[in-house]
Design a binder for this molecule. Structure first.
Ligand SMILES: Cc1cc2nc3c(=O)[nH]c(=O)nc-3n(C[C@H](O)[C@H](O)[C@H](O)COP(=O)(O)OP(=O)(O)OC[C@H]3O[C@@H](n4cnc5c(N)ncnc54)[C@H](O)[C@@H]3O)c2cc1C
Length: 401
């Protein structure tokens, strides 16, 4: 991102993350990707180094145990951190813990912060965000069925979730449950903090995703809640606030995702350009073939468009706007560019692009989900189109600003 959006202080911090990644993250990617006991030990060692270098937990401010300096600061760093799939784990800002820490920081009581947020930010425990259910469309959360019924000072929770990322081995969940089915649709849900060892919580399995089962942080789990009892004091925010809190988590979170994707796109782009110059076929380098030149040119244009759209949305959020149209537009556009650029880079690499000799295969695996999580493309297109068309029907038209 250009200096016009990010202060010299932020860009300087980004330089320190870049240096750390060059020295400690990229050389260890293959070892971390094996997801065995040695990989876990290596991640712990690198996390210790990140703490020593004061690069730990940049998503939350020092009073919550991190090193963050606000929304734009973390957005700026994500373009660097996002270049490696594993870097967020090393710096203690991995999804879904980062988003959970942000909402605990914003909405948690002092007791909840002490019990859940402090160990989470310290990296002593992991958490999961349990909203999506296999039986109903996750795109439309008014359909969710998991119930929380109040009995005295307790919530009793019954439900069935899946795609609870990172649930394997996590210490607690943030569960989106329907607490008042008779309220208006967006006041029906409540967020509840549920310890993973509470009787009735069952992590049924890590659902294999595109052939990958994962371990711990990299799992997407099916989870059942059967008669789970937790104190009402575990309510995050107010009763009925689940939609509002989810929106607070997802809005700026989408910018953070896109910033990480920008890091991935640029890394894939660099790999594609270097290899195109190096590899020779039919009398010259691949870089001399017009198809490859088109891929380079299209990718350059699209990546730059994503960067400018991100800057625009981030600036509007920083000025206090929710930037709903800008964020949705960016989310579906950048998710497609991410998939396209990585795919072109793989194609230029031929069979090598499918191996683990480059990071492209893993990047491709992770990228496909971008068009689905935090709202599928089609839903974001719907949000953009509906708002613009409503503005026209109200007589205001639409001004690009
Ligand atoms: C990698 C990954 C990690 C995830 N992590 C988590 C997590 O930690 N916690 C959690 O709770 N969930 C998580 N999810 C789930 C994610 O939030 C849901 O997949 C998402 O909300 C979509 O819900 P769904 O899968 O039920 O799809 P559905 O809502 O069933 O939608 C299916 C398809 O229908 C189409 N569609 C839907 N609405 C419209 C529309 N209005 N117009 C046109 N077409 C439409 C779209 O093509 C969509 O892909 C994760 C998903 C992925 C892929």
């Amino acid at each position: 991102m250009t200096n016009s959006l990010f202060s010299p202080e932020y860009l300087d911090a980004r330089g320190r993350y870049r240096a750390f990644m060059d020295e400690h993250v990229y050389p260890n990617e293959a070892a971390i990707g094996r997801e065995d006991a040695a990989a876990l030990a290596l991640v712990e060692e690198l996390r210790g180094r990140a703490r020593e270098a004061r690069l730990w937990a940049p998503h939350v401010p020092p009073e919550a145990g991190g090193t963050g300096l606000g929304f734009l600061y973390y957005a700026c760093l994500n373009e660097e951190i996002g270049r490696s799939t594993y870097a967020q784990l090393v710096f203690g800002c991995q999804a879904p813990d980062a988003g959970n820490a942000e909402i605990l920081h914003l909405f948690g009581t002092d007791e909840q912060k002490d019990r859940f947020l402090r160990p989470l930010v310290a990296g002593e425990v992991r958490s999961f965000f349990s909203m999506t259910e296999p039986e109903v469309a996750g795109s439309d959360p008014t359909l969710l069925r998991t119930r929380a019924v109040r009995e005295g000072d307790e919530w009793v929770i019954d439900g069935h979730k899946w795609f609870s990322s990172g649930a394997d081995g996590a210490a607690f969940a943030v569960v989106f449950a329907i607490s008042d089915p008779n309220a208006e649709p967006h006041r029906r849900g409540t967020m509840i903090l549920v310890p993973a060892d509470a009787p009735g919580v069952e992590v049924v399995r890590a659902v294999p995703v595109m052939g990958h089962v994962g371990r711990g942080w990299s799992t997407h789990c099916e989870v059942r809640y059967t008669g789970v009892r937790v104190p009402v004091a575990n309510t995050l925010g107010a009763e009925g606030d689940a939609f509002r809190i989810a929106q607070k988590r997802l809005g700026p979170g989408r910018i953070h995702h896109v910033m990480r994707w920008l890091g991935q796109m640029q890394r894939a782009f660099e790999l594609m350009c270097r290899y195109a110059n190096e590899r020779e076929a039919f009398g010259g380098p691949l870089a001399g073939k017009q198809t490859v030149q088109n891929w380079v040119a299209d990718s350059a244009a699209e990546i730059q468009a994503c960067r400018l759209l991100t800057m625009d949305a981030a600036r509007k959020i920083d000025e206090g706007s929710e930037a709903r149209v800008e964020v949705s537009l960016l989310k579906f556009y950048a998710a497609r560019v991410l998939c396209d650029v990585i795919d072109r880079a793989i194609q230029v690499h031929g069979a090598r692009g499918l191996t683990d000799e480059t990071p492209l295969a893993v990047m491709s695996l992770m990228a496909r989900g971008a068009r689905i999580y935090d709202g599928p493309d089609e839903v974001h297109r719907m949000v953009v189109a509906r708002r613009i068309l409503r503005s026209f029907s109200d007589g205001a038209g639409w001004t690009f600003s």
